[in-house]
Design a binder for this molecule. Structure first.
Ligand SMILES: [Zn+2]
Ligand SMILES: [Zn+2]
Ligand SMILES: [Zn+2]
Length: 256
């Protein structure tokens, strides 16, 4: 079973960059440190003003002010600024988070768990729970065809199956990838042929008991692990990558 859990550690603000930060409060890794001198507003490539995170564009400066004053009431501040300045900040810019003023955190931790509850692997996904990242993880954790599990439960199995097929993958051809009934009913229109053909749980009578409407194996083991691991979220939130991984490794070994 594989599933993602939203715990993470600070990381480089460049999307999907996995290089270590030089300091725990740094916004960028050493490779991307030049970006500190570029305006933090997305799509703006002007150099920053000295001591600022943005360029001299009043609207961009305003976003920084808002960021720094976040402790105070946003609304109050907006009213004050509107009353005393001519700046018309685009609220879109503020609300949709098109800026990288603060630190970034890794997107999630991907777990591979056996139905018995043993955690086989955990991998940090930096930019998102992308299907390709999950496929890469599986390849690393199960490097030989003989080590590939017979069955993989994953709530996005149909897209993973599609991705592997598109890659012309031969490694995982022996692995069946069922999805649960909930996925089937809620994620697709009635007649999603692809999912129905490859991931339909009725295709796997050995895995799913139609009379009792239940899985033969504990397909919720990953969710149960997630609940357990989520309890450490606050503890690991501000650790650097090395300590984060060490802590998780040790806790998982204890649990296993
Ligand atoms: Zn980087
Ligand atoms: Zn700017
Ligand atoms: Zn599906």
């Amino acid at each position: 079973i594989t599933d993602g859990i939203t715990i993470g550690h600070p990381c480089c603000s460049v999307h999907n960059c996995s290089e270590d930060l030089p300091a725990i409060t740094a916004r960028f890794c050493n490779t991307h440190k030049e970006l500190q001198n570029i305006c933090s507003i997305q799509g703006c490539f002007q150099p920053v003003q000295q001591g600022c995170l943005t360029c001299s564009d009043p609207e961009h400066l305003y976003v920084q002010t808002m960021y720094e004053e976040r402790g105070k009431s946003m609304l109050h501040l907006t009213h004050c600024l509107a009353a005393h300045t001519t700046i018309q900040p685009s609220t879109l810019l503020l609300e949709t988070g098109h800026s990288k003023l603060g630190q970034s955190w890794t997107h999630n931790e991907q777990l591979i768990v056996c139905p018995c509850g043993i955690i086989v692997a955990h991998v940090t996904l930096f930019g998102g729970e992308a299907i390709s990242s999950v496929a890469d993880m599986l390849q690393v954790v199960f490097p030989m065809k003989t080590s590939v599990p017979d069955v993989l439960f994953y709530d996005n199995n149909c897209h993973l199956h599609c991705h592997l097929a598109a890659q012309g993958d031969q490694h995982f051809t022996g692995m069946v990838q069922p999805v649960n009934m909930f996925h089937f009913k809620s994620k697709h229109s009635e007649n999603d042929a692809y999912c129905g053909q490859h991931c339909n749980l009725l295709l796997f009578p050995a895995l799913y008991n139609v009379t009792t409407k239940s899985w033969v194996f504990n397909s919720s083991a990953a969710e149960q692990c997630n609940v357990w691991l989520k309890g450490y979220d606050a503890m690991v939130h501000d650790l650097d990558a090395t300590c984060f991984n060490f802590f998780l490794d040790e806790m998982i070994k204890e649990r296993n």
